[in-house]
Design a protein around this ligand. Structure first.
Ligand code: FES
Ligand code: FES
Length: 165
């Protein structure tokens, strides 16, 4: 099959490549860019381990072709921490024991960031659980993930408020 050229920003850096048009976004990120923090946990589009942000919105990167991301800005877990250290959402997962094996964690964090962007920083447990239905975790029982997301969202809100003052 003829190759196709695409360009996008990945974690703020411009990327241009030529690839088989059947390449999934997750394959492109993991196998071509070696950004292996984005995981593949199923072949049924159910687990959410592959969630990344495309133009700020959470997307299961196993359900999207890389060519569909042409011209977009993609953020993976590798692009979340800042120069000063962990992102507040990452810090909250660490602080509240929101992970055990860690396999689901990148997808959980990307979904959490999407949640804060859509719904704001004051998230109650029921809202978090409802919005996390596309992310599966085999280890934690979800309680600490919900706590971590609530705390991370609150910290993001406090940080944004402080920056605006
Ligand atoms: Fe499971 Fe994408 S790898 S939803
Ligand atoms: Fe192991 Fe979620 S921490 S799958």
């Amino acid at each position: 099959m003829a190759k196709i050229s695409i360009s996008m920003a990945v974690n703020g850096k411009p990327v241009s490549t030529t690839l088989d048009p059947r390449t999934l976004l997750v394959q492109f990120l993991r196998e071509k860019l070696l950004l292996t923090g984005t995981h593949v946990g199923c072949d049924t589009s159910q687990c959410g381990a592959c969630v990344v942000l495309v133009d700020g919105a959470a997307v299961k990167s196993c359900t999207m072709l890389a060519v569909q991301a042409d011209g977009t800005s993609v953020t993976t877990i590798e692009g979340v921490a800042g120069p000063a250290g962990l992102h507040p959402m990452q810090e909250a997962f660490r602080e509240h024991h929101g992970l055990q094996c860690g396999f689901c964690t990148p997808g959980m964090i990307m979904s959490a960031l999407d949640m804060v962007a859509r719904l704001g920083p004051a998230l109650d447990a029921a809202t978090i659980r409802e919005n996390l239905e596309g992310n599966l975790c085999r280890c934690t029982g979800y309680h600490n993930i919900v706590k971590a997301i609530a705390a991370g969202a609150e910290a993001m809100g406090a940080g944004a408020k402080a920056a605006a003052e």
